[in-house]
Design a protein. Structure first.
Length: 286
């Protein structure tokens, strides 16, 4: 991400200078988008560094969720910039100015190339980290934005239709908004402790009940601490005879192996109970 940050910052400066010299609103929109990308990657880089700090007695999971807060910041910033870009594009659509198409095209090609390199660097990491995914989506949107500027510059050079610049800037804003929403939705799911993606709790329950000695599973919960760190807790009702023969360790080992092997959940906590204990719990709650 440090390498990508350097590339994006360079692209942003080139786009800002190109927008000033060429008079292109689309290039200015792309430069603003690159600024949000640079900010987002910087936040993601800082959050990843902070999240790697070890846990302690005050923060038993460490600062892993800082990564999610960084992703939320990215989503909000990108959404605000998208709205501003669309508003600026509509203003320029009704009041077009003089555009230097050749300079606009050259600057857009530089941005397109730099974004393609950044995407290649982030591609693998975005599958494992929500924070890196946020940076990846931002750069992807910026690449599409640069492509829109290239098309607009070619139209201006070929036909002289300068409003293509405003149309491109609006298109950039429209492309950004859905990405911001998708990232924010994923962040909110983590913060609201929703069931992790790809985890069907009924299927998990069925796998657990099929283990030797397990009679029933209740108070089953699954959530996500940060990207790639799903956790699960449950109360396990066991057969007393099986429990006496094998002990807690055998049943717990089977449960942990089941969850890690079938559902990729490495962190799980279980409360083992005899058959009658569940009725005692419900009576206490009543």
């Amino acid at each position: 991400m440090a390498l990508v940050l350097g590339i994006i910052a360079s692209i942003m400066l080139a786009q800002a200078v190109g927008a000033w010299l060429s008079g292109s609103m689309a290039l200015l929109a792309d430069a603003a988008h690159s600024l949000t990308d640079a900010t987002g990657v910087a936040v993601a880089l800082l959050a990843t560094f902070i999240a790697a700090r070890p846990a302690n007695t005050k923060r038993t999971f460490g600062l892993q969720r800082v990564e999610i807060l960084g992703a939320m910041t990215n989503a909000l910033v990108v959404g605000i910039v998208a709205v501003l870009v669309v508003i600026g594009g509509f203003q320029r659509l009704f009041e077009p100015g003089e555009i230097h198409g050749g300079l606009m095209l050259g600057t857009a090609v530089v941005g397109l190339t730099g974004n393609a390199v950044s995407l290649a660097v982030l591609r693998r990491g975005q599958k494992e980290s929500l924070n890196v995914r946020g940076a990846y989506l931002e750069v992807l949107g910026d690449m599409l934005g640069s492509l829109a500027v290239v098309v607009a510059a070619l139209v201006i050079l070929a036909t002289g239709f300068v409003r293509a610049d405003a149309i491109a800037s609006i298109a950039i804003g429209v492309m950004i908004l859905p990405r911001a929403w998708m990232l924010l939705r994923d962040v909110l799911n983590v913060l609201l402790e929703a069931t992790p993606k790809g985890v069907d709790l009924e299927e998990v329950r069925q796998h657990m009940v099929e283990l030797p000695g397990v009679v029933e599973v209740h108070d089953l919960h699954a959530w996500t601490i940060t990207s790639g760190v799903p956790v699960l807790s449950a109360h396990i009702v066991v057969d007393e005879v099986r429990l006496a023969e094998c002990g807690n360790e055998s049943i717990l080992d089977g449960l942990h192996e089941c969850l890690a092997g079938h559902f990729d959940i490495e962190h799980s906590t279980f409360q083992v109970e005899p058959r009658g204990h569940v009725h005692h719990e419900f009576a206490r709650h009543d």
